[in-house]
Write a protein that binds this ligand. Sequence first.
Ligand SMILES: [Zn+2]
Length: 73
Amino acid sequence: MKVQHNCPYCMQEQFKNSKSNFILTKVETKILDDSRIHYITCKKNHEYAVVISAAKYELLFDIGLTAFTDGYM
Ligand SMILES: [Zn+2]
């Protein structure tokens, strides 16, 4: 299963440097393992963590639905 995320530090820098009310960011993808806490380092070497608060059975259900939509029975 993959989770999509944005680096909060890069987003904060872009908001500070932008005079607009919105920014465009590239969404990164992280493949999940069995852990609920995923430590990520972005391309600018910002370190942060993505915490999955869902129960494991919810993740398994999502993984199952993703596999089903990919064509696996
Ligand atoms: Zn960053």
